[in-house]
Design a protein around this ligand. Structure first.
Ligand SMILES: Cc1cc2nc3c(=O)[nH]c(=O)nc-3n(C[C@H](O)[C@H](O)[C@H](O)COP(=O)(O)OP(=O)(O)OC[C@H]3O[C@@H](n4cnc5c(N)ncnc54)[C@H](O)[C@@H]3O)c2cc1C
Length: 460
């Protein structure tokens, strides 16, 4: 993910651990033949060919995970059968859409993976678009872009719409049109009682509220989403490269710049570890280059300014990146509600190798939604700050996590974080991800999953 291209449960932990241990023996004793009679070869067990490839998460730090079975669902009824089976046998179960969970929560050890990636139909109904929950972002953009339409989403083509939407969905047109979840009109979801429900502002509104930012893996398994689409905007992409050592000044200037920026402007400020540290600023403007240049002039002079007009689809292809099969990393985030001193960022990154902090601009339309209007609480943040450490070059996961903790906690930005950058070691994770929305979210989770069929380490 280079700077020049995409620069850019209600119980105790002990209760969860106990559940996982009893589930291990439950999975071994499970009569998988029953589910196999229903799914045929679409139920993949460890002895089946393809298992070792199919089980892999995107984050290869978790490549050792061995689920008891992977169910390749092609219709909502398959999902119903899987949830009923997992509930009956008391085995861990998780939905998997694009498999990009930072902590690989979509691949439960000794559990059942309910893979919905074949539920990937994208269909317009007027200007609303129904999207199968397993659709990858790249495929979504190709289809809706061809219709001259857009839905706000993220920037990597292999990320699934499932996890992205349920956690919020930050992307290049979010300051103009909101988060992905802000554009959700309804969803079809199989709840742990086996019901396939259609939820919207008018039907089961509490569950609909919870699906918009309450995090993947909670409440049920979504089979499709219906989004409002907007006319695809013309985009000007930009990249500003700065000399080494300019990090502190650029980080300070970037935050000030966005405090007064129009909704049409979105950007990231990526800061890389090193001696000295380095920084680049990139982003998009929804309008022509001639209107962007005066805005760019307000930033410190860059050694290189790259500006390119393109269609929405071209821009989404640009940000989509290549076909990455998997990457080993540990990552976390904080929400920046106040100015983060650039000098502090520079100090955190100085002297290290292959880690970074990436600020992503908030504000605009996404910031004008009330923090309790959807489950996504961080509406008043000025930016998200993602901390990312590559686990490469002999670095162990434990070493990576130590660096990560120093970045995350060294930022001094309080105790909040983005659930889609889920960090298994996030202190006080439930409050960090959900803030004031936590009590209502837990109530919804208890109502729809009273037996905690969907329990996982950071589940509601
Ligand atoms: C390379 C990369 C780029 C990214 N870019 C962005 C970005 O631009 N913007 C952004 O906001 N985030 C981004 N993310 C974070 C991303 O939004 C989360 O990792 C998200 O959870 C991934 O969803 P998924 O469906 O791909 O993953 P999965 O691993 O399949 O699922 C993630 C979580 O959601 C649950 N889940 C999946 N499908 C369903 C379903 N149908 N119903 C219920 N629960 C479900 C899973 O059980 C798991 O807990 C990026 C992540 C990576 C690795």
């Amino acid at each position: 993910m280079g700077i020049d291209r995409r620069t850019f449960l209600h119980g105790s932990a002990l209760a969860v651990a106990g559940l996982a241990m009893s589930a291990t023996s439950a999975a071994a004793d499970t009569d998988w033949a029953r589910l196999r009679r229903r799914l045929g070869s679409r139920l993949v067990l460890p002895r089946d060919s393809g298992y070792d490839t199919l089980r892999l998460p995107f984050n290869t730090v978790y490549a050792h995970r061995r689920p008891a079975a992977i169910a390749r669902c092609v219709r909502p009824e398959d999902v119903q059968a899987c949830l009923g089976f997992a509930s009956h046998h008391r085995i861990p179960v998780a939905a998997r859409s694009g498999r990009h969970s930072y902590a690989a929560y979509s691949v439960p050890e000794n559990g059942l993976v309910v893979d919905v990636s074949a539920l990937n139909d994208v269909r317009f109904h007027g200007t609303d678009v129904r999207v199968g929950s397993g659709t990858r972002l790249g495929d979504l953009y190709e289809t809706i872009g061809a219709h001259g339409r857009a839905v706000p989403g993220g920037t990597c083509k292999s990320v699934g719409i499932g996890g992205l939407t349920l956690g919020g969905g930050i992307g290049v047109i979010a300051r103009k049109y909101g988060l992905t979840c802000d554009n959700l009109l309804s969803a079809r979801i199989v709840t742990p009682d086996g019901c396939l429900r259609t939820v919207s502002a008018h039907s089961e509104p509490d569950l609909f509220w919870a699906l918009r930012g309450g995090g993947g893996g909670n409440f049920g398994i979504v089979t499709s989403f219906t989004f409002r689409s907007v006319p695809a905007p013309d985009i000007t992409r930009f990249l500003l490269l700065y000399p080494e050592g300019a990090t502190a000044d650029v980080v300070d200037a970037w935050q000030e710049w966005f405090a007064g920026a129009p909704d049409e402007l979105w950007g990231i400020c990526e800061t890389l570890s090193g001696t000295p540290t380095s920084t680049a600023v990139g982003g998009t403007y929804l309008g022509p280059a001639k209107d962007l240049h005066p805005l760019l002039d307000r930033m410190p002079a860059a050694t290189k300014r790259e500006v390119q007009e393109m269609s929405y689809l071209e821009a989404m292809r640009f940000y989509a990146g290549g076909d990455e099969t998997g990457v080993p990393f540990v990552a976390s985030s904080r929400m920046a509600y106040d100015h983060v001193p650039g000098a502090r960022v520079d100090e955190l990154l100085r002297g290290g190798s292959r880690y970074r902090i990436q600020f992503d601009s908030f504000g605009g339309a996404l910031g004008r939604v009330a923090p309790d209007a959807t489950a996504f609480p961080h509406r008043r943040a000025r930016a998200s700050a993602q901390c990312y450490v590559n686990v490469v070059d002999g670095r162990t996961e434990a070493q990576g996590r130590a660096i990560l903790a120093s970045l995350r906690d060294g930022l001094g930005t309080g105790t909040t974080g983005y659930v889609n950058y889920i960090d298994p070691e996030m202190p006080d994770w439930a409050h960090a991800y959900y803030g004031g929305n936590l009590p209502r979210l837990r109530k919804v989770a208890r109502r729809y999953d009273p037996d905690r069929v969907l329990a996982f380490a950071q589940g509601l």
